[in-house]
Write a protein that binds this ligand. Structure first.
Ligand SMILES: CC(C)(COP(=O)(O)OP(=O)(O)OC[C@H]1O[C@@H](n2cnc3c(N)ncnc32)[C@H](O)[C@@H]1OP(=O)(O)O)[C@@H](O)C(=O)NCCC(=O)NCCS
Length: 176
């Protein structure tokens, strides 16, 4: 089946929020290989929160298979780095390489549009399988921990003292 990447538009926000919630906080019958339903309850995002990401130095990218959005990611440019977040693959489409492909696309996008080669990702610290996934993509643990952002409206921790670890990657500049 044919796949392609593109920047999302505000018209995609509803579908993206459904995809993100299904991937991050899946119900018991549709869980992918890694998720956070056992760590955080409630919705990961809403259509309104996705719409708020369509702003300056912030882009939402999607991977399309045929006509369906099967993966997404958010790239936010900060002063010295790009923050990559909301990486999600539809649970029914996981383990086909889409997560790796859209993460790589996000890094290239950040380099081309924001001229940065430094990337940051926040991961719930108990998710060792996901941290290993990012380490295989060149990210390094920093040991920098922050508490789960309970007031951000992105769900309630189920486990006590849940922490988020910051991972970083320094990409080599493509030779010109
Ligand atoms: C993380 C996520 C985007 C990965 O998407 P995906 O499309 O399944 O990823 P890919 O198919 O590209 O890669 C699958 C990888 O997982 C690994 N994997 C598969 N099953 C695994 C398992 N049970 N345990 C550990 N690793 C596993 C594969 O080996 C592969 O890694 P490798 O190529 O380095 O060997 C997807 O699982 C997801 O949406 N999860 C929920 C949302 C989330 O947690 N996002 C990240 C928040 S920081």
């Amino acid at each position: 089946m044919k796949t392609s990447f593109r920047s999302a538009s505000e018209l995609d926000a509803g579908k993206i929020s459904i995809l993100v919630n299904r991937a991050y906080r899946p119900s018991a019958h549709e869980r992918g290989w890694t998720h956070e339903a056992n760590l955080v309850s409630g919705q990961r995002t809403t259509e309104e929160q996705v719409l708020s990401l369509f702003c300056s130095r912030s882009s939402v990218l999607v991977l399309i298979q045929d006509t369906n959005i099967v993966a997404c990611v958010h790239v936010q440019c900060e002063e010295y780095s790009a923050v990559i977040g909301m990486l999600a693959t539809d649970p029914g489409c996981q383990m086909q390489g889409f997560g790796k492909q859209i993460l790589n696309y996000a890094e290239q996008f950040a380099f081309e549009h924001f001229a940065t080669t430094t990337f940051k990702i926040s991961v719930l610290s108990p998710r060792t399988e996901l941290i290993a996934f990012y380490e295989r993509r060149g990210y390094a643990r920093t040991g920098e921990m922050v508490g789960y952002p309970v007031s951000a409206g992105i769900g309630e921790p189920i486990v006590h003292g849940l922490q988020v670890e910051i991972l970083t990657k320094q990409m080599e500049k493509p030779s010109s």
